[in-house]
Design a protein around this ligand. Sequence first.
Ligand SMILES: [Fe+2]
Length: 344
Amino acid sequence: MHYIRKKRIESGEKLKQQPCEFFFRLLPVDFADSMCKLLIYMIMFALIYDFMLQYKILKKWDVFPLLAKIIETLICLFTINTERNLKMTVNILAVGDVCGKTGIDFLYQNLSSIKKSKNIAFTVVNGENANIVGITPTQAENIFSAGADVITLGNHTWARWEIKEYLQSNNRILRPANFALCCPGMGHNTYQTPFGEIAVINLIGRFTLDSNTDNPFYVVDEILTSLRTKMVLVDMHAEATSEKAAMGYYLDGRVSAVWGTHTHVQTSDAGVLQKGTGFITDLGMTGPAISVLGIEPRQSIDKFLGEPPRRYETAEGPGKIECAVFTLDTETGRCLNVEAMRIQ
Ligand SMILES: [Fe+2]
């Protein structure tokens, strides 16, 4: 049974399971449907019993063995449903790079309804373009207020230097794990949820992204040896589709999901790899729908025509969210389904 946890997940602090949540987990999958059926059975039983008494087919006290059989059957049905409920799945939402004010505003207006409609339990948002380049602490707070549980970053992490202290004080925002060891913040973390622990790892590719980083393939190996978490999510922020796809296959069967970010164009290859890892080469972008990767089209055209570079301006107009929902088996951590989405 899916349910939505509206309370913000504070990392490092174990969320307490409410008694009512435990009770609801034990109920049959479709409780209302089961109650209706039970009522119909009881009415039918009363009618048949009355008929049998009337025509002396049954004596008054012969009803008890029959009632015992019915109760036994109901308990059996309840047990089957309970076992089915305990094998739970969880829906994870990964949101593509939030771009500028349009992206933050559109996220704020739409994320809660997406989470509700898709029964999302945990949301990871890439926020490294919230300030078009980089992200400020205020913008990070706005993304959390919109409903993100974790923010991941990328090559523009240090564009706004004021984020440095925020990275050190808030462990729900991650910068790439393969940055140099002296860099502030953390590249991966584990979060307690009602569905079990979920680990998030942020990596950055090396092709054309001159960030003086370690090899993400070796770094992720090292992180995985230290993790005991079944559900592991990886944001691979990279330019080259080949580097992102290679990471997906490299981690297939070792993590729950790998998604790419950075290129701002959603790819059509969402799916589950052979050994059970959910994958998409790039989630896409959350920002202005009529734009060149979030930038006002005229400015981008001028740049390609050879005009001197100027400060990027985010496009205005209607927004969009591009994202993917990964359905995970909480027992094994394996991905069962991936659905890429665009909300416009
Ligand atoms: Fe980027």
